[in-house]
Design a protein around this ligand. Structure first.
Ligand code: FPP
Length: 234
């Protein structure tokens, strides 16, 4: 049995799913947020230790003001509904991204969720909000450069040392990355962390991504031959 400790998901196609049902795009995001709870519980039961979800990218600000405004309100709706249950289940909330650039009310809700669950030792539920991988790597490089200037670091830095500057410093590398809705793109997501991840692209939209689809993804992962650049059976 191949362990899948860290699962990352690009939750795509909320908007198109809603439109196809004659509903506004925001209705898709609300169903999508409810599905975060469903899939977090299922992933936990299937043995995942780290679940990292792409909720809002540094590029998503280009969307209409109405849509962005709605997504910024979602964390409050979401944690009001589910935080107690997450705490009861021992989930630890981590939010990745440039949080200080979010509306202050959104930032506070996210910070509170992290603070309330900081001592939990169960599933790490990581939500990426105003996250972009190139930006994350750039910020890490600047932080490292500053440490060198301050005499706190030198040029002997290696990959493991660099990871300490990333927003994912407390998590292991991604084992499996799933993207919903059939698009074959990575969209500036966890570029460093997926170096040796297995990739799966499923046709279902995020609102249709059920625990059964998750199980199918994990079964497929079991069939993959992970060699990390080495040679088989050595
Ligand atoms: C992608 O679908 C989805 C998003 C950009 C937003 C995802 C947000 C959630 C699922 C809510 C989670 C938030 C919290 C705080 C739990 P899309 O809008 O790009 O869909 P499209 O490809 O059909 O346009």
């Amino acid at each position: 049995m191949k362990e899948c400790k860290h699962l990352a998901i690009i939750m795509d196609c909320n908007g198109r799913w809603a439109k196809a049902q004659g509903k506004p795009r925001t209705a898709g995001h609300l169903v999508g947020a409810d599905n975060v709870r469903t899939i977090a519980i299922a992933a936990n039961e299937m043995g995942i230790k780290y679940l990292t979800l792409y909720a809002f990218s540094t590029e998503n600000w280009k969307r209409s003001q109405d849509e962005v405004g709605y997504i910024m309100k979602l964390p409050s709706i979401f944690f009001k509904k589910y935080m107690q249950e997450f705490l009861d289940r021992g989930f630890k909330m981590n939010i990745l991204g440039e949080l200080d650039k979010l509306p202050p009310a959104t930032h506070k809700v996210l910070q509170d969720a992290m603070d309330e669950s900081v001592n939990n030792t169960g599933l790490n539920l990581n939500i990426c909000m105003n996250y972009g991988s190139q930006r994350e790597i750039l910020l890490a490089a600047k932080h490292y450069a500053q440490d060198v200037l301050d005499g706190k670091a030198d040029l002997s830095l290696d990959e493991e040392g660099f990871e300490k500057y990333l927003m994912t410093k407390d998590f292991p590398p991604v084992d499996l990355l799933v993207r919903t809705s059939g698009e074959l793109r990575i969209s500036n997501y966890l570029l460093w962390q997926i170096a040796y991840a297995e990739l799966e692209f499923v046709p279902e939209s995020w609102p249709e991504f059920t625990p059964e689809v998750l199980k199918r993804c994990l079964d497929e992962y079991q069939n993959r031959d992970r060699r990390f650049g080495g040679v088989k059976n050595v």
